[in-house]
Design a protein around this ligand. Structure first.
Ligand code: ADP
Ligand code: MG
Length: 864
């Protein structure tokens, strides 16, 4: 086999060390890719695949992107979840002997991008690491390289809890140990849709000792080290902006499992996956990117501590009361840039002078923010004002060093102010004097030659020259000028003294550019010292921003400050759904009351389809969450309970990604709620049992209600279209029936969306079918069948009706229109099945056992 060219050898060696990334191999003005990288990249990036000689018989596949346009291509790959290794020439090709030395200088991965074009303004860009330990515990670390944030959670209750925890954050990438069991790795990929990366070195890096002060547990340290080592490996530089690791105390936050977070559409909608239509969309009246990110964090982890909640509410109330001041505050905040990320870029080394001017302008707003905050009534707001400390030294530095409108490039000068550095000033004088001299020369030459159009110009090739139009050439004295360039209608000349000055000017300018760059790097290093201070300021400012957002949204939408009950009582007067009321125009949303207490732990909600059952349930959960993040809530008056957890079974979205059926998802969600809920939890079960056939669905629904009632005592809302279940009120003392009122008007159903005590009087399925404009013929036929069923308690077929022993299905009271037509053989087996069913000890069954049992029973009926 022929040998590869030396450069290809170099490529292959570097590629072998970066197998899981596209290797962007710098060749002149291009990043080239070869072999499989080239084939795949040409497809993903829609660029031409070419070939290149490599020393082998056959040319190899190649494709490339120009280096100055690389950012967009990299962005595309990163957004698709790939990694890109940037391999640069690390010595000057002119002086290199043999192949130019190349090295990977940065590994860009979905979780570690720093380029602002690849980051979304109001969103964190999280990478997580996951570590597992012998004792069965796990540690999750969240890290945002762009802001330097580090948070850790120690999870003691098993793998499911890990998935639920990770689901809580919009993670792009997870760093794991290569010996995490394959099956768990698959789950991470499937459920969370993230890039998996590996880091097996968990040795502590002493350079980051200061970040670890809060980590007093070997497991936390190891997990954090895994993450830091990976980040270090990808960035290949020291990072000065990383913040102290904080341990998330899971016990101190309202916990929302993965299902609830998705079902309640807190930060994105289920179907479109966008912010529009989510609770975040309604609440996000923040004006800074930092505030927007913090709001999302608060939504993902509502508080449990009443004192902390009241502190926030207190501030919101203060903000609401002083509209003028709040408006002023919003105006000032609008001119505050993303200081958190700017600080990150200072540390990372990709900050430019324009960024620093933005930083300065933001910092200069602080006294005003502080003054406005001090002007509000209320101790809590004034405390916020006290936390804002003006970084005098830093602002002075920025003020004296940088010009007001620097260019983006930091390598072309025009960054540093006059008077900042004396050597720079000297060079500048030289350059300016030279230019002055040239301007004077122009005047002098004009006068002497009497050529009005004579001018002195400059270009890169010939330097300074004197230009005279052809018509005026005869006016020039002999021998004084040396001709340099001929244009169509002019000649360009130089003189020795012009060249001499030119030399001085160019030298000075070269030195200026070099020195400005050096000075800029020095300034940047000095700013690094101020990073913790900047992060503190960013913290306070983002908090102020979120709280003013709460005040703003509360005022616009007429929310009220909730109080919190000390005796397990929740009462909401005229509550509304915060999102639906926004989507519906002109105040057509119908408000409803709700009341829950120790004697009234569970509400069973009946009512026709489309009447508003699901809305009512979600409305409660969203109100609870809003209250626990410290925002006012959509109602006339609210006394809330501080819940420890919320569980939901809502909506019918199939979990297609992980290949589970609706019914299985229903059962998993129910199981999760039943095994974790406490008497301080809120459970919402929306039409559970719908995903399977009528009878087993209803049986399961009843069993679940009874189980919660008897064993958990969690506050529970349970909606059902199984009207039969309303009878449970008789046997379960803490369960109450409520219903959504609907009226029949001239054969059509009118939804009033009003919640009333007691069970619904009838089902309106056919009316809804009519609203959906099914054919009239079909609607008439359905009404006919229904009427027969209601009169005779049995289904009907075309022509003759089969006999069914009446009373045998008394358990279910009313036969559903959807139930299959039974034949005689089935009736015999049905009796047996019903007997089995009656004897079932439901409380001794897990939901899964129940499913198996039902499966067996159903098979018996289906056999015939
Ligand atoms: P169900 O769960 O009973 O089938 P939904 O809660 O899904 O009904 O509500 C169906 C539709 O009815 C909603 O999309 C909304 O447009 C409307 N709706 C529900 N509740 C109200 C309300 N309180 N006021 C006004 N419209 C409502
Ligand atoms: Mg519903």
């Amino acid at each position: 086999m022929a040998k590869y060219t030396p450069m290809m050898e170099q490529y292959l060696k570097i590629k072998a060390e970066n197998k899981d990334a596209f290797l962007f191999f710098r060749l002149g003005d291009f990043y080239e890719m070869f072999f499989d990288d080239a084939i795949q990249a040409s497809r993903e990036l829609e660029i031409t695949l070419t070939k290149r000689d490599s020393g082998q018989k056959e040319p190899i596949p190649m494709c490339g992107v120009p280096y100055h346009a690389a950012e967009n291509y990299i962005k595309t790959l990163i957004e698709k979840g790939y990694k890109v290794a940037i391999c640069e020439q690390v010595e000057d090709p002119k002086t290199a002997k043999g192949v130019v030395k190349r090295e990977v200088v940065q590994l860009i991965t979905p979780g570690t991008v720093m380029e602002s074009a690849m980051l979304r303004e109001g969103e964190n860009n999280y990478i997580a690491s996951l570590s597992h330990f012998q004792d069965g515990s796990y540690v999750v670390v969240y890290h945002d390289l762009s802001t330097g944030e580090n948070r850790l959670a120690l999870i003691m209750d098993g793998w499911d809890a890990v998935i639920h925890e990770l689901y809580n954050q919009p993670i792009k990438e997870i760093v794991i140990s290569s010996n995490l069991p394959e099956q768990l790795q698959q789950q991470l990929k499937g459920k969370l849709n993230v890039t998996l990366s590996y880091q097996d070195i968990v040795d502590f890096n002493a350079e980051y000792r200061d970040l670890c002060e809060n980590l007093n547990d070997e497991r936390l340290l190891k997990a954090f080290s895994r993450l830091l080592n990976y980040v270090q490996h990808t960035q290949k530089r020291s990072l000065h902006h990383l913040q102290q690791a904080k341990v998330i105390d899971l016990q101190h936050h309202l916990s929302l499992d993965m299902y609830s977070k998705r079902n309640l559409e807190l930060t994105e909608t289920i179907i479109k996956k966008g912010k529009h239509g989510s609770l975040l969309w309604v609440l996000d009246k923040t004006v800074t990117a930092m505030g927007s990110r913090l709001l999302k964090k608060w939504l993902e982890r509502p508080l449990l501590n009443q004192k902390k909640i009241e502190e926030r509410l207190e501030i919101v109330e203060g903000f609401i009361q002083a509209f003028m001041e709040r408006d002023q505050l919003r105006e000032v905040l609008k001119s505050v840039y993303d200081m958190e990320r700017l600080a990150g870029r200072v540390a990372f080394g990709n900050v430019n002078a324009r960024d620093l001017v933005q930083l300065k302008q933001s910092l200069e707003k602080l006294p005003e923010i502080k003054a406005i905050l001090s002007g509000f009534q209320g101790e809590e707001i004034n405390k916020l004002a006290d936390k804002i400390l003006f970084p005098n030294q830093l602002v002075d530095l920025l003020n004296t060093s940088l010009v007001d409108n620097p260019p983006i490039s930091i390598k072309e000068g025009s960054i540093i102010k006059d008077g900042y550095h004396s050597q720079l000033d000297t060079y500048r004088d030289a350059s300016r004097n030279g230019k002055q001299w040239i301007a004077e020369l122009e005047l002098k030459e004009k006068k002497e030659t009497n050529i009005k159009s004579l001018k002195i110009g400059y270009n890169r090739v010939f330097g300074y020259y004197i230009e005279v139009t052809k018509a005026n050439l005869h006016l020039l004295p002999e021998g004084k000028y040396e001709r340099k360039q001929t244009l169509t209608n002019a000649e360009r000349y130089i003189t020795p003294e012009l060249k001499e000055k030119e030399q001085l000017i160019l030298e000075a300018e070269e030195k200026i550019i070099e020195l400005e760059y050096q000075l800029f790097l020095e300034i940047r290093d000095q700013i690094k010292e101020h990073i913790p201070q900047l992060q503190h300021i960013a913290d306070v400012v983002s908090k102020v921003d979120v709280l003013q957002a709460f005040a703003t949204v509360s005022e616009i939408n007429n929310y009220r400050r909730p109080s919190f009950s000390s005796n397990n009582t929740l009462t909401i007067k005229k509550g509304r759904h915060p999102v639906i009321e926004q989507v519906m125009k002109d105040g057509t949303f119908v408000p409803n009351n709700i009341s829950l207490n120790s004697e009234r732990n569970m509400l069973l909600i009946t009512g026709p389809n489309m009447s508003g059952k699901s809305t009512y349930m979600r409305q409660l959960a969203l109100t609870v969450i809003m209250g626990q993040i410290g925002c006012f809530v959509p109602c006339e008056d609210a006394e809330l309970i501080i819940f420890d957890q919320i569980f939901t079974r809502i909506g019918a979205a199939d979990d297609l990604v992980s290949g589970q059926s609706t019914f299985m998802v229903e059962m998993l969600e129910a199981k999760h709620a039943l095994s974790h809920a406490t008497d301080r939890s809120l459970i919402l079960l929306d039409e559970i049992g719908r995903g399977t056939s009528t009878y087993d669905g209803m049986a399961l629904a009843q069993a679940i209600v009874e189980y919660i009632h008897n064993n958990l005592q969690a506050k529970t809302l349970f909606s059902t279209h199984y009207h039969e279940l309303t009878i449970l009120e008789e046997s379960l003392p803490q369960l109450k029936n409520i219903h959504v009122r609907a009226e029949e008007y001239e054969g059509n159903v009118v939804f009033l969306h009003q919640i009333k005590e007691g069970p619904a009087d009838k089902s309106y399925g056919i009316h809804v079918a009519k609203l959906a404009e099914l054919p009239n013929e079909l609607i008439d036929r359905a009404s006919e069948i229904l009427e027969k069923l209601e009169n005779e308690g049995k289904p009907t077929t075309d022509g003759d009706t089969e006999e069914i022993k009446s009373g045998q299905l008394s358990f279910f009271n009313e036969v559903q229109t959807s139930s299959p037509t039974l034949n005689e053989k089935q009736i015999g087996s049905s009796e047996k099945v019903i007997k089995d069913l009656k004897e079932l000890d439901l409380f001794a069954l897990t939901p899964l056992d129940a499913m198996n049992e039902l499966y067996r029973l159903q098979k018996q009926v289906k056999k015939y």
